[in-house]
Design a protein around this ligand. Structure first.
Ligand code: CMP
Length: 136
């Protein structure tokens, strides 16, 4: 399998709880390369754009409010099968159901506040990277 890229965002709860270093270390230990590391605050507009896929969901407004309420850390992770590998490493969406050994399984209990986001497909990676890195 050729090298692939994916995007992660450590959400405001992960950042606030000083989990950034431990989370990034897991990806490095796995053999993924960290690229384009950045830290910023989502504006409401950027958050709506980032989560556009979910705009019709009941939780959309809460999600946008949450992700833009504090500092986040984002980066591109590169390596073989990066999209699937990183999704496995972060665990399922509901942290209280996520398997021990995964990031959500080890560090949290929330759903909206589930510590980290990762692109779920190549298409999402392209769209989300455009929003975060202002690529056209
Ligand atoms: P994330 O992987 O960032 O993608 C969409 C986010 O919506 C998800 O993580 C959760 O933080 C959030 N969310 C809030 N409520 C729900 C829900 N009921 N089902 C799925 N995702 C939810």
């Amino acid at each position: 399998m050729d090298s692939e890229q994916t995007l992660i965002v450590i959400k405001p709860d992960g950042f606030r709880r000083h989990l950034t270093g431990r989370i990034l270390a897991r990806f490095e230990e796995k053999g993924l390369q960290i690229k384009n590391l950045t830290s910023f605050n989502f504006t409401i507009e950027k958050a709506r754009e980032f989560y556009e896929l979910h705009r019709d969901k009941a939780f959309f407004n809460d999600l946008v409010k949450f992700i833009s309420a504090g500092q986040v850390v984002a980066c591109i992770l590169e390596g073989a099968n990066a999209i699937a590998v990183v999704r496995l490493m972060i665990g399922t969406t509901k942290s209280f159901e996520a398997a021990p050994g995964t990031i959500r399984g080890d560090f949290g209990l929330g759903i909206t506040d589930n510590i980290i986001h990762a692109s779920d497909s190549y298409e999402s990676f392209i769209k989300e990277s455009r929003v975060i890195f202002d690529r056209t």
